[in-house]
Structures are given as C-alpha cells and as structure tokens.
Ligand binder design. Structure first.
Ligand code: S3P
Length: 187
C-alpha cells in the first residue's frame, strides 16, 4: 500500500489524533493542513478568521492542499471545510485513499464545546450550526472511499480499523471498536 491516506470529515471527528497515530503506524509523514496554515500565517485559526475573514483562510487552505497533495507516503488530516471546494477534492484525491471520519451532531458538540479554536462554532447555538453545516457538506463527505463513525470508538480502534482496511478498500463496519475518542483542540 503506497497510497497516501487523506482524512476528511467534520470538526471534532478526530482527524488530527487519528492521523498522527496512523502515520506513525504506517511509517508515513504526518501532515495537518490546519497546523501548516497556522505556522505559515504565524496566527491561530480564530485569529486568521478575525483578522482576514473566512475566504482568506480558504484561499490559504487551498494553496496548502495543492502543495501537500503532491507528496507521497503521507497521512494528511484536513480541516472540516476542506472538501467544500472542488479543486481541493481533486487535489486530495490524487494517489490517495480518502477516509471520512464521522460522528453524530451531539457527539461533535460535546467534543468541540470545551474549546475556542473553531470560529465557525463560536455562536449562540453551536449544535444547530453543526447540524446545518453537516447537511451542507454531506454530499462532499460522502465521496470518501471509506467512512468510519467515530462516535463510540477510541483513537486506537479507529487507527486499527483504517490500517486494516486501506489495503483492501473494504467499507468499514460502523459498529466495530469500543471506547471513546478524545478530541483535542485541533481535532
Ligand atoms: C473548519 C474546521 C477546522 C478549521 C477551521 C474551519 C471547518 O478544522 O479548518 O476552523 O470549516 O469545518 P478541524 O476540522 O480540524 O476542526
């Protein structure tokens, strides 16, 4: 298996944690597009949104995705909105298995509400916003090769399932694994 692994999915589905551990297991380089954006801009994501707005963030995100998609033997964790743009989806698809991590709106809300790192959820009713954005983005998330519900799984479970499945391309069983995934600031 020499293909890259690209992790897509909504905020709070564990893309960063899973990506890091999966890369280690595969001996691949790990790339987190949000981290690269923050380093490049020398600002945290909420500051980029505040200072320059979402469209500026999306422009930088696309540039970074274009660059990192040229690499081989990498695990790429993307921001939750990376799949909105057609050009990003095309770039990310290059030589990769796309894995979409999902979780229920309630689980996403629970995982993300303790952090201030997601500007799109800094509003009065974040659960409602999560549901709206999930609806808007569903058609893009559903284009992944493998979809894996992380609601009741640990990071290690998810990493193991992806590791087993990337070779075969078999769709993941929603009910595998046990325990809970803990999402951090960037998850
Ligand atoms: C975003 C998700 C965030 C980050 C930015 C926008 C989105 O990444 O890229 O706040 O549009 O869903 P995570 O999915 O890693 O939280």
């Amino acid at each position: 298996m020499n293909k890259n692994i690209v992790l897509i999915g909504f905020m709070g589905t564990g893309k960063s944690e899973v990506g890091k551990e999966l890369a280690e297991k595969l001996g691949y380089e790990f790339i987190d597009t949000d981290e690269i954006i923050e380093k490049k801009e020398m600002l945290k994501i909420p500051e980029i949104f505040d200072k320059y707005g979402e469209s500026y963030f999306r422009k930088i995100e696309s540039e970074i995705i274009k660059e990192v998609s040229k690499k081989d033997r990498v695990v790429i964790s993307t921001g939750g909105g990376a799949v909105i743009k057609h050009e990003n989806r095309e770039n990310l698809r290059r030589n990769s298995v796309m894995v979409c991590l999902t979780a229920s709106p309630e689980v996403i809300h629970e995982r993300t509400r303790k952090y201030n790192s997601r500007p799109l959820l800094k509003i009065g009713d974040p659960l409602m916003r999560i549901k709206e954005l999930l609806n808007e983005r569903q058609e893009y998330y559903s284009q992944a090769d493998i979809t894996l519900d992380t609601s009741d799984k640990s990071t290690a479970d998810i990493v193991n399932i992806i590791h087993e499945r990337v070779g075969t391309g078999r769709p993941a069983d929603k009910h595998e694994g046990k325990g809970r995934l803990v999402v951090n600031n960037n998850g």
